[in-house]
Write a protein that binds this ligand. Structure first.
Ligand SMILES: *Cc1c(COP(=O)(O)O)cnc(C)c1O
Length: 400
């Protein structure tokens, strides 16, 4: 009997909510206008729809609609924030601070900045994946122009102490950017409360479509100036030229609206499913380590290391269950995850990790089924694992 596949890789992408699809459909069809067309109603109607989405999104994060710039996704938002702020502030300084567990969509642009003359500090994290605000205080110098630290980690779900980081940046007069691709729509997010100046979001991580994102750019206290990275028609107040993805933007607005209104109930439900999965696994297996912060973590994330079992082998054994080992974006490479390594995990522990990313459409039945299959597969793989048997023969495997 073949069972239907189970999707638990919601940090990689999410299914578009049917309500979002419905909201988008007219904008491929009867409402197909270009939002930049000022001379006829096709354009006006498209622009109205974009304005509605912009307003909804702004309300959800405590921003003004003028502070939202639509992009193609969080990767582009991060690039615009990082290159844009650095180039605009060149005369003020050349130092940028980021964190060791950032997504490559932050680490790679920051690495490119080095070739443009930037000095870069990469802050370490503790065993739970959090930066120490005192490390940030020490890292900031007179020449620091930008701090980029993510809201929630895409592999282990850890939430940084953002409000404190925001406060430090304000005190020192340094711009603060945060990649919130995993956090937007999952945890409460208010740009005033956290004092963030630039915030990246992506629709396809919150049950919206792929290929659309946004960058929040603060306009007051301080007014953030960015140098664009795309030039052309001057769309989005000159910050992001290119015809707007109207259906995508409408979908993003609808997705965030749903996420905002259902967040309290949904995060409780998804967290309960996540905890049920965790319990179903650890009550039947020894030597399983949780990667990430036990509390300050996304409600939908469960990243576990199974001693003696390679994540890749476990994924194969879980045929039909979509999970990931390491980060989906880097799983083409076979290297142990840079996130787990930064958290002090050994290479052995890092390659034994599996990331379960739960979501809106998972059910209790799926959770029970996945827990059962994980337990069975890990037992089977361990019984033939010389690495595990050897370790068990001696001392208990270290669970730290
Ligand atoms: C998915 C993700 C990105 C990339 O977002 P895209 O919209 O796919 O470009 C960036 N940062 C984090 C933390 C992510 O999870």
């Amino acid at each position: 009997m073949t069972r239907p596949p189970v999707y638990m890789d919601n940090h990689a992408t999410t299914r578009v909510d049917p309500r979002v699809v419905e909201a988008m459909l007219p904008f491929f069809d009867s409402e197909f206008g270009n939002a930049a067309s000022r001379t006829h109603m096709f354009g006006w109607r498209a622009e109205e729809a974009v304005t509605r989405a912009r307003t909804r999104m702004a309300r959800l994060i405590g921003a003004d609609p003028k502070e939202i710039v639509f992009t193609s996704g969080a990767t582009e938002s991060n690039n615009l924030a990082i290159f844009g702020a650095f180039e605009a502030l060149r005369s003020k300084g050349d130092h940028v601070v980021t964190g060791a567990t950032e997504h490559n969509a932050v680490l790679d642009p920051v690495a490119r900045l080095r070739t443009r003359g930037a000095r870069v500090t990469v802050l370490p994290v503790d065993g739970h994946g959090r930066v120490d605000p005192d490390d940030l205080r020490r890292a900031i110098t007179g020449g620091t122009v930008l701090v980029s630290l993510m809201f929630a980690n895409n592999e282990v779900g850890t939430l940084h102490p953002l409000a404190e980081i925001g406060r430090i940046c304000k005190e020192r007069g340094v711009l603060f950017h945060s990649d919130a691709a995993q956090a937007a729509g999952k945890v409460p997010l208010d740009v005033q409360a956290i004092g963030v100046d630039l915030l990246s979001m992506s629709a396809h991580k919150v049950y919206g479509p792929k290929g659309v994102g946004a960058l929040y750019v603060r306009r007051k206290n301080p007014r953030v100036i960015l140098e664009p990275i795309l030039f052309g028609g001057g769309h989005e107040r000159g910050l992001r030229s290119g015809t707007l993805n109207v259906p995508g933007i409408v979908g993003f607005g609808a997705a965030l609206e749903i996420a905002g209104s259902e967040m309290p109930e949904e995060s409780r439900r998804v967290r309960a499913l996540r905890d049920r999965l965790h319990e179903g696994i650890v009550k039947n297996l020894d030597d399983v380590v949780l990667n990430g912060h036990p509390v300050e973590r996304l409600p939908n994330n469960l990243n576990l290391s199974f001693a003696g079992v390679e994540g890749e082998a476990l994924m194969m054994a879980l045929d039909g269950v979509a999970v990931s080992s390491g980060s989906a974006c880097t799983s083409a490479k076979k290297e142990p995850s840079h996130v787990l390594r930064a958290m002090g995990r050994s290479d052995d522990q890092a390659v034994t990790s599996i990331r379960f990313g739960l979501g809106r459409f998972n059910t209790g039945d799926e959770v029970d089924q996945v827990a059962e299959r994980v337990v069975g597969a890990v037992r089977r793989l361990r019984s033939i694992s010389p690495m595990y048997e050897a370790a068990r023969g001696g001392a208990r495997i270290s669970t730290r």
